[in-house]
Design a protein around this ligand. Structure first.
Ligand code: EPZ
Length: 420
């Protein structure tokens, strides 16, 4: 296992270039199984989760070459229709092959993903949507066995107990491209990654409209073709670097991003007193000013993203005053709090709400990463803390950030990767 060793207190300055969006890359790689033609996917980030997804589609039958964020992929023939447990348990988003295989081959056998550190992560809405399209689904021995040779359009509402579902919206949208007739998904997720997947499917020849709203319409049965598609930049990576500038009182330029994908996060930065300016595909962050406490209410897009919650908890732990964060999407996404408290943060958790009393400065410590965004939050805290911070189990972070410490070092951070 590896760790990051960080010397805190250095203001970040300079320019960082954002990589492609993890949460677009994963469903789009799975969606490439829909066509038997060769495809080129551009701006694919080099991340552990992408490596796992590529391993999965290769097992299923894809031939691929992945160099410098450019993926050439061709699934002329399917070798198998199974997504095995030992891959799915490493990366839940493997379930995206469920919709693609049902559409392509009329059947699939996908291991149930199980929960993860941040919550039980059920997939009942995925199954509800696929059944509505005519798929026969049985759960047996920890696997989803699906058969659906003649899918038909349907009206499907995907409202879940926590609002919309990104994964279910995407999985059903992928499968519906092969359904005869029209499918209407209501209570659809509106995240930019959902739009990106819909645009990719349309680029292949599908006929999808309404993406970005709560009602998406898919006219199925089109033959899907070939070409080269570039995925969107990663809005959560963008937000993470902006928090790094805010916490170290630095001034950085974030290039190759999409500011409008972060409107609710930009609003929060401005409320806190972080100067942030959007120029086309660039954000300029000046974290040197005085900061004020605020209250954050996590919500589905276009609300404040749950994937930015941990990073803002780190930021608010050094902002004067009392701030609160209400996490409404996942049941157990405050695990960074106890590690931040070991660095001197004053945080109390009351159910789904964290109350943060800002302190003057955090102090470096040995801390343990628990999940992807919590590990990013601990690195950010280390950058701002006095003294040395060691973040352990950074395999969590390598799942979702491309060359994280390399990009931070380019901005002046004193951070290095070491073997445990
Ligand atoms: C996607 O997860 C992202 N992952 C998550 O990012 C992100 O936090 C989440 O969307 C919310 O924006 C990927 O895109 C790979 P959901 P997903 O289905 O699709 C409940 C990161 O850090 N639900 O929108 O799994 C669920 O339990 C990761 O990059 C059901 O009840 O999220 C949750 O409470 C973490 N039944 C809520 O809905 C279902 O069938 C939202 O989940 C599906 C979900």
């Amino acid at each position: 296992m590896e760790k990051f060793v960080i010397e805190g207190g250095k203001r970040l300055n300079g320019e960082v270039r954002i990589s492609g969006a993890k949460n677009s890359a994963l469903p789009i790689i799975a969606g490439s199984l829909l066509t038997d033609k060769p495809l080129i996917l551009e701006n694919i980030p080099c991340l552990n989760d992408v490596t796992t997804m590529l391993q999965l589609v290769k097992t299923i039958g894809a031939s691929l070459s992945f160099k410098k964020n450019r993926l050439q992929i061709h699934t002329g023939q399917l070798r198998q229709i199974e997504a095995p447990y030992d891959i799915v348990r490493k990366m839940r988003a493997s379930y995206y092959v469920l919709g693609a295989l049902i559409a392509r081959a009329g059947r699939a056998r996908v291991s149930l993903p199980g929960g993860c550190a941040i919550g039980p992560r059920p997939i009942d809405l995925h199954i509800k949507g696929l059944r509505a399209l005519g798929t026969k689904i049985e759960i047996e021995g920890g696997y989803i066995n699906a058969r659906g040779r003649r899918l038909h359009g349907a009206k499907i509402d995907l409202q879940g107990p926590k609002g919309t579902s990104v994964g279910a919206t995407i999985n059903v949208m992928i499968a519906a491209t092969a359904a005869r007739g029209t499918t209407e998904i209501t209570s659809a997720a509106c995240e930019p990654e959902v739009i990106d997947v819909a645009n990719f499917l349309n680029f292949l020849g599908a006929e999808i409209s309404g993406q970005g709203t709560h009602t998406i319409v898919i006219k199925g049965g089109k033959t899907l073709g070939t070409g080269s598609y570039r995925i969107i930049p990663d809005r959560i990576e963008t937000g993470t670097f902006a928090v790094a500038a805010a916490m170290t009182r630095g001034k950085i330029k974030i290039a190759h991003c999409v500011p409008e994908h972060l409107s609710s996060v930009i609003d929060k930065f401005q409320e806190i007193g972080v100067r942030i300016e959007a120029l086309n595909n660039t954000l300029i962050i000046d974290g040197s000013g005085e900061k004020h406490a605020t209250n954050i209410f996590v919500a589905p897009y276009p609300g404040f993203p749950t994937d930015m919650q941990a990073q803002f908890m780190a930021l608010l732990s050094i902002v004067p005053g009392t701030s609160t964060i209400k996490e409404t999407i996942f049941e157990n996404r405050f695990m960074q709090a106890v590690e931040l408290m070991r660095m001197g943060a004053e945080i109390t958790i009351e159910g789904d709400t964290a109350v943060i009393n800002g302190v003057g400065r955090l102090s470096g410590a040995y801390v343990m990463a628990s999940d992807l965004r919590a590990s990013a939050a601990l690195v950010l805290a280390g950058l701002a803390a006095r003294g040395k911070t060691v973040v352990r189990r950074i395999y969590h972070l390598d799942r979702g950030y491309e060359k994280f410490e390399v990009k931070l070092r380019k901005l002046g951070a004193r951070i290095k990767r070491e073997k445990e």
